[in-house]
Every structure is written in C-alpha cells, then in structure tokens.
Design a protein around this ligand. Sequence first.
Ligand code: BGC
Length: 808
Amino acid sequence: MSIEKPIEKPIDELTPDAATPSRVFDVEHVLAGLTLEEKASLLSGLDFWTTQPVGREGVTVPGVMVTDGPHGLRKQADSPDHLGLGNSVPATCFPTAATLGSTWDPALLRRVGEALGRETRANDVAVLLGPGINIKRSPLNGRNFEYLSEDPVIAGELGAALVAGVQSQGVGTSLKHFAANNQEADRMRVSADVDERTLREIYLAGFERVVKQAQPWTVMCSYNKINDVYASQNHWLLTEVLRDEWGFEGLVMSDWGAVRDRVAAVAAGLDLEMPASGGRTDAEVVAAVRDGSLDEAVVDVAARRVLHLVARALPALDSARAAAAGPAAGPAGYDADAHHALAREAAAAGTVLLKNDGVPVGGAADSSADGAADREAAAPLLPLASGDGVAVVGELARTPRYQGAGSSQVNPTRLDDALTALRAATGADVPFAAGYTVDGADLGSGTDEAALRAQAVEVARAAGTVLVFLGLPASYESEGFDREHMDLPAEQVALLEAVAAVNPRIVVVLANGSAVSVAAWQHLAPAVVEGWLGGQAGGSGVVDVLLGAVNPAGRLAETLPLRLVDNPSYGNFPGELGHVRYGEGVLVGYRWYDARQADVAYPFGHGLSYTTFAYDGVAAEALAPGSDPAADDAAVRVRVTVTNTGELPGAEVVQVYVGDPVAQVLRPERELKAFAKVDLAPGESRELTFDLTARDLSYWHPVLRRWVVEGGEFVVSVGASSRDLRGSATVVVDGDDVRLPLAELSTVAEAIDHPVVGPQVDALVHGGAVADDMLGMIGDMPLAVVADFGMAGFDRARLATLLAEANA
Ligand code: BGC
C-alpha cells in the first residue's frame, strides 16, 4: 500500500477565498472542480492514518490525519504499521473507559475530552478515534476496558461529554464501533442477531444520545454484521437511522478493514474507507458509476463529507502549527504536567470502593461467615491512617497494569505506580513483596511462585494492614480476543489466601479492564477497591483514595455478577458458526439480574464513600405538555433531597430509575434514566430535580416500529445503586395510542378490546353465538378462523365489514 506523504500546499492557494485571512476551504467549489476519479479517491485512505490528498494545477485538497484513541493519542511517529505499537509519540494515557465510566461524572469527562483534544491538535491530528461506547454485554468481552458501561444512558451521557470536550479544541472524534460490536471473537465476520427493539433500546440508544447531544465529527462503523448485513454496508443503520432519524451531520468511516464490498458501502452511506486500499476500491467505485450501477450523486455526497471534514479540521491544525512555530511554544504544545494531574484526578474519581469493613481489635484471621458480622462493627479499614503499619504485596503495585492492549495502547508521558506513590505520600519506606509474577515473568534461578508467596507472607505477618494488589495480566484481556473466564490468576488467589492466614487486615486493590469474580476470595478481604485500568496516573490516583486524600465517589457502571453463568449472555456468547444471538433481548446487565431476582456480587451503580448520605422526599409529578416553557419536553419531574450525614466532604451519585409495571411488552423492572453527581459538605443538604422526557418512559414498539409511551402508572425510584433504592414514587402518565390495526388474524380478545367494534364482538361472543364451554378457548382464536367455523351470524362478509369499521 502507498504511504506517501500528503501534499501539504496551503489550502488558500487554490480556493476562491485565497486572499482572506480566515482561510476558508470552499467545499462546494473544490468538489465542483474534481474529476470522478478524484472524488472516488477521497473515499479511501492514503495510508493507515491519513485521508487522501488531491494536488494538481487548480485543485488542492490536503490529507488530514486520524488516529487512535480513545483514552490517549496513539500517533505512530515513523512507520505507520497498524500492529506495531511501540513507536507512537508520547501522550497522556488517561484512564481507560472502564475507569472513566465509573466516574459517572460528565463534567470531569468533558475536561478529559478537552485535554485529549489539546493533545490531538498539538500533534497535527484532525480526528481522535474514539470514544468507544459499545454496551458491555458480557464481562468476557476482551475490549470492555474500552467501553463505558452496560447501560446506554451512562454510555451516552459520558460519551457525549468526551466528544464535546475533544471537539471544543477544533478537532474531531470518531464515535465507535457502530454498532452491536460487543465481542472480539470473530468480530470481523460475526452476525449480531438482535431484534429491533433490543437494538433501539440498548445497543443504539447510547449512540443516538451522543449524536443528538454532541454531533461527533465522525462515526466509525463496526466490523461485524447486524442481522446478516455488514455494518459497513448497512443502509438502514448508516443512513436511515443515523442520518435520517437522528440527524447525524458528519462523516461515517469504516473500522480498519471493515469494508467487504466498497460499492455497496458507498450506497449504504459509508463515506470513508480506512485504511488505504491501494486504489483498488477507488477504481471499483469509478467503474460502478461508469456502468450505471452507482449514481455519481451518491459519490458526490460522500466526497463532500470528506471535504467537510478536511475543512473543519484545518483552522485548528493551522493555528496549532503556527503556535508550535512561535516563540512561546512548548515542545508538546500542551501542558503535560497538568494533563497528568487531570489523569490522576480521573483515576481517583473512577476508583470504586466495593467494600470497607473493619476487623475487631485483636481479630484473628477469620474467613467464616460469622466473622463478617463482627468486622462490620469494627472501624472500616479505609482510609488508611498513619500508624496503620501498612505493607504492600503484589507485583501489580510495582509494575502497574494501567491500560489495555491493541489499537488503544498509548505511549505514556509518565507512569505512576502505587508503591512509589504510597511511599512518597506517606514518607515511609513501606515494606513490599511481589508475591507472584505477572504473565510468567522470569523469576531467575533459585526461586519460584511458592518462594515469592512465602516472602510476601513474612512481610504481611509483620504489618498492621496489608494492601494486596491483584488483577488481570495483560495476556488475559485485549482487543482481538475475549476472556475465557472471569477469574483472577490462581497464583494471585493463592497469595491472598496465604497472606490472609497470617493477617486479617487486608485491603485488596484490583486492576482489571472488566468484571472479575470476587465470590471465591472476597471474604478474605474486609476492604476491596476496584481501580480498573486507571491510565498513567492510576497508581497515584488509587493511593489518593486509599489514603483518603480523595473520598471515593466511583460507582459501578457494570454489574459484578457472582458467577459467569449468571450473566444474561451466557450460552449466547460469543455465538457459533458466524452468528451470535442476543437471546436475552433488552434484559442486559442489571436489567437481567433484577428480572431474575438474582444475587450479584456488587450491583450496577454500587460504590461506597468514606461518608454517608441520606435521601428524603422522593417525589414525582406528571407535567402537562408545555407547562414548563424552560423544559418543554419534560414529562415527569422527580425531586429528592440528599444530605451528607457523615463527617467528611464527599460526592454522591444520585440515580433515578424508572419502571413501567404494566405494558404490552416485557419491560425491565427498572432502568436508569437520569443521574447526578453532587458534592456535599458534612451536614449539607441539596434538593435535586430531574426532568424525565416522554422518551425516558417509552419503549420501542416492535410492531408499530416507533417509540411509544404506554399510559398508566410508572414507578420512579431514586437511590445509590440499582439495588439500594432509597425512595420511590408512582406517577400516572397519559400515553400514546398503541392499538394495532385490526386484521383478519387479530384474535377475538383483541377485537373485544377494540374501542369501536369491541362492544359488537363482545355481544356476539357472549350473546349466545358461542357455547359456554368454548368461551375460554375462543379468546385466542383469530377472527378469520371463527368466521370460517361458521359460528352463528359471523362469517367472512361480516368480518370484512367489521374490519372496515374498526380501521376507518
Ligand atoms: C479498531 C479501532 C481502531 C482502528 C485503528 C481497529 O482494529 O477496532 O477501534 O480505531 O483499528 O487503529
């Protein structure tokens, strides 16, 4: 493939606005001057990372660079080799989406986005390839660390904040991977077989939210098929839903190598194929226009979108170049220290305190269930106090696992490890033992895992409190393959057991990109902290939480199930023979566990604080349309007062769930519809108001194929997690007409329910035409069958009249 340098003539040389200082790139003028071949060439990459330039007398279109993403810039400096990950420029490695999702903090993610945008722009890159907002359908997805949540409201709200932040810097984003890319196994071919309601309510809803709120410059289509049609060739997805329904104004690019049939993809709405095809697919597009199978106007639309992308990127890139050339420019064009500090803030904010019990004074190592009750009564282990006599065991404290593998892998500007951060913060020479190796690291002669464990036990025995760092080695989770199980490595669990046998004061600190099983070992640890993959400052961020410099306010954006077999996708993941059936429908994540009333290890939304919060006065009222001009699409207003009842300042994540107990379709017990993170001083109260829209109450009607609100009672619950609801209110809402047209195959019961013809049918059935012993059976019979049975007074002619009357 060609990897020539793009032609970088100043754009103003050849545009009609050449003389103007604003350097306007006149898209329509440029487009009108391009040949068919040139337009087709714009529709694929020049190399791995650059769009194709056009440069000839009279026309100049610069190429612009797009690059990964999502939680830091991976700009490959020299040879653009997709899989060679070592040579990218240094960039801040912000926490992965697993951590960012757990912040539940759009304002913070907006700031992270701004910093990402600054680095993108300073590095002469037009589009950062992210964020990824696919739903975490199974804990096994190897790429869950790159995704925000199992819930589309969290994924959408946080994704929109990231997009808005990046784009505020004059560079673009690529919202990915659109759509239903929820596994890595067979990702380039598999058909995600998903019913439309499930797609709309779960797998597309986050994308819809981001598109409508933040208009990403680009959307990246996924590799997989959706119901047998490749995403890259899916007209329904890329044009009817994305553009016509949601109003997307940007460009759709392919995931790298996701195009199977370029001509079909152009027709479907896929504007830019990445990376380069070496001219092969450009020629196919030209040939299709020439033989009449593709309208040139369709090529123009796609080429115009590429030109628009170039045009909107140029001002920021030009000004960044000018600034870099200026006297005041730093080497990187952004403040790397400030970005590191922000990465640390975000890492701490996304750290989830799962559990924080105490150990009775003089308490012996006790793994029994009875021991647990006493522990709860004793002072919680965290935050650590001076005099706790802390020791650290676990290689991951010294050699952090802070990001996932694959295309998102960043070359960090710095790297904090928890051990060094703890020693620096406490000023103490905290004892340490590795305890295990990660990914079979070379131990050298004369030692083995058992010897490492024995050293750790001695360190732990002498300590007041032991911090045990555990997690998934890099070989366990990555882009490109899925995990096989949810367990921690056996040698790590063995270490925990050995340490717990000599010291009960154990805090486990986890590093992993997606849910791990805790059921087998967490009784050994009174306190458990989930740090996820916290980016280059993850080590210092988690120490901030351990020491109480930051009061934890992270909340789980994915349920931690007790066992893999409890997960709704179990048995349908990752599919077989090219198909993965989303058999659980809309019951994804907590929606499933709640429907099954299944115990979980930690529920969606869970996370502890070093302070406590009370919820009072939960109330919900239905709003008449237009009753509040400031919020004219509000349908229900929810109020709650939250008070910090503890002694430390802290932030609470207030979560609003909605349930619709009676509906024509199965609805989840409750669904997150709104949330807010609120900082409260000790004793402080705040009344919060949430406006829910009709859409928040609606479901996608599979037959009517539109969003509907089924009128009646809705239950609004407010709480600190999906299983820690602190108050609820019932509200009655007027609904939409969800009646289906009456047809020959409508049942008798459906006809009786019909407001126009119902009384006639009821009179017929109960008026003696049907024998009493048939009454129970007849309700489910289609009207046509009843007519054909020739029951008294009801035949095909009468049926036709009835239907005409009903559907008039
Ligand atoms: C990944 C994308 C990534 C692209 C470019 C693909 O394999 O799925 O997320 O942006 O490569 O590196």
